[in-house]
Design a protein around this ligand. Structure first.
Ligand SMILES: Cc1ncc(COP(=O)(O)O)c(C=O)c1O
Length: 401
């Protein structure tokens, strides 16, 4: 029997990770990769955080076992994640009305969320922001969802279009799933403010929607608690929702594949039923999660000194990105490139959207060896004193002509 017919036509490379393969093969010495969302320091290296190194040293000394983890992961990890997401004294933690599963990265959490929802009778429609992380549409479509989009940015591409976003969400049918970026919106770096989060929560309640919060950047924006601004609106009695955490970015544990899915239910009985269904989704997908990344995160979060060190490490990444934003805005303005660049300095997280056409993005790559994705999404962390002048000169050339 031959492979199915469609498998013979090559599929397009992944729009982000595929580009990295092209970048690696590029021999031009001035090449700069601003496409993939991985933190790099001023030397272009993705460092292992000091808190992570110390946690690994301790784990090595403990010489644990390589036996399978439970389907939903280690209990200590699950508790540490809930304390981190909600804060340890939060009503959701104290009431026991949430259930967490350890997952392979934030992507694993999103896929388990999708399967869990469809498997338990959810609406098959999910609303995604336009624009969004390109893996969202692919992941939810392959899981079996029909996609709808809500407009997210205004004409300038630099602020949330609150009116259009809310009116699209108002047209959702009760039960529809809505994916919200918890902080550091990917690709724009533009987040709703506190009032907008409150208005989104009102619509979620009024239209009886099912929020899935993609929380891939906790602590990368303003801080660990500040980035959970969305929680105030959603943490209301009776309101149920899902949170997909990733620890790829905030612990710089990209290749360890560590994340979590948390279901918040109306009460603890519903939370434990939800967990039983999560376990089925996980067992059928990858059976049980990898241990090492989760063990690092648990070790750090449950030891006061390591936790304090990690918060310093995280603040270091956040502050450097903010410094890069300021340098970029200064350089774009100094170069006299037409456009309103100031908001890029106020945006948060790893990404900024320059607002370029597909043709301009291609010219950046082909003529200047500067790799960016989509409508000019750049990884701000990838800018260094050594490459910023080349990047800005290239942007100027493609914008001006
Ligand atoms: C918005 C968003 N969600 C989820 C993820 C997935 O993270 P992970 O690498 O932990 O699977 C990413 C990673 O880039 C992301 O940007």
């Amino acid at each position: 029997m031959a492979l199915p017919l469609r498998s013979l036509t090559p599929a397009p490379p992944d729009p982000i990770l595929g580009l990295t393969e092209t970048f690696r093969a590029d021999t031009r010495p001035e090449k700069v990769n601003l496409s993939v969302g991985v933190y790099v320091d001023d030397t272009g290296v993705t460092p292992v955080l000091p808190s992570v190194l110390e946690a690994e040293r301790r784990l090595l000394e403990k010489a644990g076992s390589k036996g399978y983890l439970p389907i939903d992961g280690r209990p200590g990890y699950k508790k540490a994640v809930r304390d981190l997401v909600f804060g340890p004294d939060h009503e959701i933690v104290e009431s026991g009305r949430s259930a967490t599963a350890q997952t392979p990265g934030g992507t694993g959490a999103l896929r388990v969320a999708a399967d869990f929802l469809l498997q338990t009778g959810s609406s098959k429609t999910i609303w995604l922001s336009e624009p969004t992380w390109p893996n969202h549409p692919q992941l939810f479509t392959l899981a079996g969802f029909a996609l709808r989009t809500y407009p997210y940015l205004d004409e300038s591409g630099r602020s949330v279009d609150v009116g259009r976003m809310l009116s699209a969400l108002r047209s959702a049918v009760p039960g529809d799933v809505v994916l919200l970026h918890g902080s550091c919106h990917n690709p724009s770096g533009v987040d709703p403010d506190t009032e907008t989060w409150a208005a989104i929560a009102e619509i979620v309640i009024e239209r009886e929607l099912m929020p899935v919060v993609d929380f891939a950047y906790q602590g990368f924006g303003f801080g660990l608690r500040e980035d959970a601004d969305w929680l105030a609106g959603l943490a209301r009695p009776g309101l149920e929702f899902l949170i997909c955490s990733s620890f790829s970015k905030n612990f710089a544990l990209y290749n360890e594949r560590v994340g979590a899915l948390t279901v918040v239910a109306a009460d603890s009985t519903r939370a434990s039923s939800a967990l039983s269904h999560l376990k089925i989704a996980i067992r059928a997908n990858y059976s049980n999660p990898p241990a090492h990344g989760g063990d690092i995160v648990e070790t750090i979060l449950t030891d006061p000194a390591l936790r304090a060190q990690w918060e310093v490490d995280l603040a270091g990444m956040r502050t450097r990105i903010l410094g890069n934003r300021a340098s970029l805005v200064k350089a774009l303005v100094a170069a006299g490139i037409p456009g309103n660049w100031d908001p890029i300095g106020r945006q948060r997280g790893m990404f900024a959207l320059l607002g370029l056409s597909a043709d301009q993005v291609a010219r950046l790559r082909d003529e200047f060896a500067v790799y960016v994705v989509g409508k000019g999404r750049i990884n701000v962390a990838g800018l260094t004193p050594a490459n910023i002048d080349h990047v800005v000169a290239a942007v100027k050339a493609v914008i001006e002509g």
